[in-house]
Design a protein around this ligand. Structure first.
Ligand SMILES: [Zn+2]
Length: 202
């Protein structure tokens, strides 16, 4: 096999969720596809970091050089409802469901000491700043995944809000159970809309 092809297969195999034979198939696909597609792909990969930014309010991904995302910047959204999600993909899934009109906060993960993810690795500080800065009572809607990490994250948030004496400013709720997949990212629209509508106070 030519060296260049071997190197390409190696590069592709380093991507997550790609197994060795899949990497080989993808490399052959790239080799046989048209030049325009390859040029566009190369351009998008090379510029993805400079063309995106992180919203400095909620932590979502936005178009660079904007530092506030379209949701945080939208006065039609209910800014007294903050839905806390683990990943940006969860935000996208909830947005696609169309069943939520508040704003978000992306933690970029969930507490998982066993995997080396600790409180300080996640986007909590800005969430507490948002709560502290709020003029009126806000609802924090916990939309973490229903697993050990999601539960640990919810417990930390609840304890920290009490410890920081912010309880009077916050109504804490969480999505009702009943998402067929268990995970927000894979939930279907109907389940998400009803999980949001039937959210319970904690
Ligand atoms: Zn934002």
């Amino acid at each position: 096999m030519p060296e260049a092809l071997k190197r390409l297969i190696h590069n592709i195999s380093l991507l997550p969720w790609i197994w060795e034979n899949r990497a080989t198939k993808l490399a052959f696909f790239l080799l046989s596809t048209n030049e325009n597609y390859l040029r566009e792909l190369r351009e998008n990969i090379l510029t993805i970091k400079e063309k995106t930014a992180i919203c400095h309010i909620c932590g979502a991904i936005t178009d660079s050089p904007k530092d506030i995302c379209n949701i945080c910047n939208n006065s039609q959204r209910n800014h007294s409802e903050i839905c806390v999600v683990e990943e940006y993909l969860d935000l996208l899934t909830l947005e696609q469901s169309g069943g939520y009109s508040g704003v978000y906060h992306v933690l970029w993960g969930a507490i998982s000491p066993i995997n080396g993810v600790f409180v300080w690795d996640l986007n909590f500080a800005k969430l507490f700043t948002r709560i502290e800065a709020a003029d009126s009572k806000i609802e924090i809607i916990i939309a973490t995944n229903p697993n050990l990490e999601g539960e640990a994250t919810t417990s930390f948030l609840t304890e920290e809000i009490t410890k920081r004496k912010l309880k009077h400013k916050v109504k804490m709720t969480r999505l009702s159970r009943g998402l067929s997949s268990g995970y927000i990212e894979y939930a279907d629209t109907m389940s998400l809309v009803s999980a949001m509508r039937e959210r319970k106070e904690i």
